[in-house]
Design a protein. Structure first.
Length: 174
């Protein structure tokens, strides 16, 4: 039989072991709770960012639609001609700094209005000089740009449109 002292000792050791196991379980639960809170916080932040992005896209679309509807076409056409001329004066500085893959065989120019012949020639000349070779150019008109143009060179897009400017201002980028 176990003596009373041994029983007391066993009781103390069992209580100590139970306390250690309880403390370990509490620590594991706290760690797990912290991880769950961090995951929830990441999910909340991702959701907020997605909502913000959707609101921004909606605001840009609405602002662009309103400008397109509110501004008379003749005014937009004049603004477009001036806007494109200013882009041409700036000389596509961004393009000179970028590496364009050799396998690009066509450039697409999307313009809010059809380009004037002089504008078309200047753009094509600058593109060919920047690329170091002649390349086929395809033109499209998209009135949703409001004024200006976007140049697609492979996966690279140089967007000099009013719509893109509105998007940049709305997102806080220059």
């Amino acid at each position: 039989p176990i003596s009373q002292a041994e029983a007391q000792n066993l009781k103390i050791k069992t209580a100590e072991q139970a306390a250690k196991e309880r403390d370990a379980m509490i620590a594991a639960a706290r760690t797990q709770a912290t991880e769950i809170i961090q995951q929830a916080d990441k999910a909340r932040n991702a959701l907020l960012a997605e909502i913000e992005e959707r609101i921004l896209k909606g605001a840009v679309k609405k602002a662009s639609d309103l400008l397109q509807e509110a501004l008379p076409e003749t005014f937009r056409h004049q603004a477009h001609a001036h806007w494109v001329d200013e882009l041409l004066k700036e000389g596509f500085g961004q393009l000179d700094k970028m590496h364009i893959p050799e396998n690009v065989s066509e450039i697409k120019i999307i313009s809010a209005f059809p380009l004037h012949e002089e504008q078309r020639k200047k753009i094509i000349k600058h593109l060919n000089e920047s690329l170091g070779r002649d390349i086929a150019v395809k033109e499209e008109v998209d009135s949703k740009l409001i004024v200006g143009l976007a140049i697609h060179i492979g996966s690279l897009v140089l967007d000099g449109s009013l719509k893109n400017t509105i998007k940049g201002k709305a997102s806080g980028t220059p």
